[in-house]
Design a binder for this molecule. Sequence first.
Ligand code: ZN
Ligand code: ZN
Length: 269
Amino acid sequence: MRVTFWGVRGSVPWATAASIGVGCNTPCVAVRDERTGAQLVLDAGSGLVGLGQELAGGASGAVPVLLTHYHWDHTQGLPFFAPLYTRGLRTEIWAPRLGAIDAARVETMFQSPFYPVPYAHLPSRPVLRCWSGLEVDIGVFRIRAHRLRHPGGALAYRLRGAGGDFVYATDHELGDAVHDAAFAGFVRGARAVVLDAHFTPAELPAHRGWGHSSWRQCAEFALAGNIGELWLFHHKPGRTDAEMAGIEVEASAIFPNTRAAREGVSFEV
Ligand SMILES: [Zn+2]
Ligand SMILES: [Zn+2]
């Protein structure tokens, strides 16, 4: 499968000239099964807007969007997703049941006064699939989930690929021994892992309980586990391209096969 980053930034798509090289859109990752051409979209942050433009320009059929949780940075691109306004494309929103979330709650994103086009009036209204548990099959994709340590909850996903597994684990706070051990078990042996590296080690002490990790925690976690490559993700808004390059060097000194996720970059699993 081919994994492409469309949004790599956490919290808010604050664009600055100094950080635009890495990219300023919030989380959205496209996964494509190259044998069948099937697509899966992970998260619906502002990065979804660019992906939607590309999809609306050519593809047809189903476009499943699998959400990790409902914080704005993971859902704010949804009303602006071009396939919702394009006949011939059928968007499926795969919404995990976290707490009291249900289909009606997802529809509120489109309600006045928040948005001018009510959900029921969308030209290509998406199908909402609320699901529970820790396993879900979406078309050709076999997906296992893991509960992350994040306010309100969030899910990590592990997808089986031809050359190994891909793990997408954003919005997670490492540093709790019990959670870390369970998470290490979930990630073990994966070919490529995307991890939440929102903070620097210096920023971390003032942000305990915020549900995010530091790049150092990610690198040390990768070193301890049996994984192929680490992708630092959910970068703090405003973190500059130069700072990200420095973080990449420092993290690679701990776990050599480390890269910072950047918009437009893709890799094979
Ligand atoms: Zn987030
Ligand atoms: Zn979150």
